[in-house]
Design a protein around this ligand. Structure first.
Ligand code: GCO
Length: 251
């Protein structure tokens, strides 16, 4: 098993892409901490992911956009004796609306969760990585790290930031045997994208513009994250893999 004996922390692990990553990492033998804001949903997800009842999935309620909450969450992980080998920054929100009317609070919230949350979790894991003499960070970026689409300006800005932050970590911590890479999911059928899937015009637009002719599945993104988390990627850092059915290649 690829992650046997490893401990992974996955933010946004109760739903969507984060959930699929947690399931795959679990199947590959990892001990897992999952974070999400909704404690009830998170607890339920942890039970469901731990299909073998091995007590290998630990729910840590956390709002990654809040420093207090992140501090508390890490205090819990430390008290639990958890030392992280692999951090997956997957917690993310997308609040849509025209740029001219975008409230500052909306901008701030998206940036706090998607970008500042990634920064805080990354920084928190440093000590643990140093303790182990190695570390892996897998950031979940987005097609919107590369291209933009109207009405999601905070999301686009945050994901552009996640891409460049990944490179910043990679070059600064390579000397510590810490690798940071990012996955670029294309259009994936998750809850976050439900409004888009349910909009017949948008749905058709995505199908027409994706060379593969369909939406992607969360599990398809998880396999790219697993590769970056694996030993096979020990000399790969600061890189991005798009899991997008060919969208970027077609531009
Ligand atoms: C949107 C979507 C985004 C994209 C994703 C593509 O509004 O465009 O909600 O979440 O699906 O980021 O990578």
């Amino acid at each position: 098993m690829i992650l046997e004996g490893k401990t992974a922390l996955i933010s946004g692990g109760s739903r969507g892409i984060g959930r699929a990553i947690a399931e795959l990492f679990y199947a590959e033998g990892a001990n897992i901490y999952i974070m999400a804001r909704n404690a009830e949903q998170l607890g339920k997800a942890a039970e469901e992911i731990d299909t073998k009842h091995e007590d290998r999935v630990h729910p840590i309620p956390c709002d990654v956009g809040s420093k207090t909450s992140v501090d508390e969450a890490f205090a819990r992980i430390e008290a639990d004796g958890g030392v992280i080998d692999v951090l997956v920054n997957c917690a993310g929100v997308n609040l849509r609306g025209p740029l001219e009317d975008m409230p500052l609070e909306t901008w701030q919230k998206v940036l706090d969760i998607n970008l500042t949350g990634t920064f805080m979790l990354t920084q928190k894991c440093f000590k643990m990585f140093r303790q182990k003499g190695a570390g892996k960070i897998v950031n979940i970026a987005s097609l919107m790290s590369e291209i933009a689409r109207p009405t999601i300006s905070p999301y686009v800005a945050s994901k552009g930031g996640v891409k460049m932050f990944t490179k910043a970590i990679a070059i600064e911590w390579a000397k510590y045997n810490i690798q940071a890479n990012a996955v670029i999911p294309g259009y994936i059928a998750t809850e976050m994208n439900t409004p888009l899937i349910q909009d017949p015009k948008f749905n058709q637009f995505i199908i027409d513009r994706t060379p593969a002719g369909r939406w992607g599945q969360p599990s398809e993104v998880a396999h790219a994250a697993l590769f970056f988390a694996s030993k096979g990627a020990d000399f790969i850092t600061g890189q991005l893999i798009a899991v997008d059915g060919g969208i970027l290649a077609a531009l």
